[in-house]
Design a protein around this ligand. Sequence first.
Ligand SMILES: C[S@@+](CC[C@H](N)C(=O)[O-])C[C@H]1O[C@@H](n2cnc3c(N)ncnc32)[C@H](O)[C@@H]1O
Length: 309
Amino acid sequence: MAAALYGEHGFFRRERPADHFRTSVSASPVFATAIAHLVAGVDKALGHPDVLTVVDVGAGRGDLLSQVFTLLGRDDRVRPIAVELADRPAGLDPRVEWRPELPDEFAGLLIATEWLDNVPLDVAVLDPDGVPRYLLNDGDLGEPLTSDDARWVGEWWPLRDPGDVAEIGLPRDKAWADAVGRVTAGLAVAIDYGHTRADRRPTLTGFRDGREVQPRFDGSTDITAHVAVDALGVPLLRQREALAALGVDGARPPLALATADPAGYVRALSRASQAAELLAEGGLGDHWWAVRPVTIEWTPWRLSQSWTR
Ligand SMILES: C[S@@+](CC[C@H](N)C(=O)[O-])C[C@H]1O[C@@H](n2cnc3c(N)ncnc32)[C@H](O)[C@@H]1O
């Protein structure tokens, strides 16, 4: 999966994510508006620091950062950093820093939309003797799991019967913990499709040209698996709750507006339908927001502690 996505000829080395699948970022600029509100809230909670860093991990083509940066207006304190393995796209706002690795430490907002589902993982299968083994790309079973992977599977995705399959989320947990560990103050937010213990299920799949396809390991398809979000160890909420608290509203404008201001009505209707897509049950609204405040008390949400189990 690592080679197929990020190797020399890997999928993300040569493809533009928005050509193959729709994320909240590519779906609508309403998403960037909500994130700009979040940045403003973090800025306030940090007491308007001299430098406010906004890091987007797995930034794709930098679209979210560019939009947020524009929405925030001329504020020289804001330092936008795109962390991305793909090359810097031509024409990106020169003020957006582009790098393949996270900065060592920073204060501000760390955001990662649909990053963790593309962090490569291994798949485990319980063999006929009850031993969990790695599933190889050709469908054969390989070595028994390492003790770390076996421990993760035992805790988060127990295998009961021969043939049972688990997607080992440990590399995602580590990637997330590493990213959060670099935030000295502020907020870290990972946004992704995922599952919890209540609806754990195998999900590894491929995408190409907007369609779900059999995953291929030759760089020709995206390869993704849902994130075991409860294993990330931070409070969780659904995107529809998270965005509603940031002012995203999918309600249709009042019909009276159509008579008073027809053009305004059409604009409001378009905004509402874009918002509705981001909030939709069974769609983007079901995405999980994994949220970690660092040294600040403030978040736009009332976070519950019920995420641990
Ligand atoms: C599904 S795309 C999401 C793009 C964008 N965030 C969006 O929501 O539209 C995942 C992106 O994460 C990048 N990525 C994956 N692992 C990475 C890593 N360790 N460091 C930097 N970028 C990474 C990939 O290259 C790819 O562009």
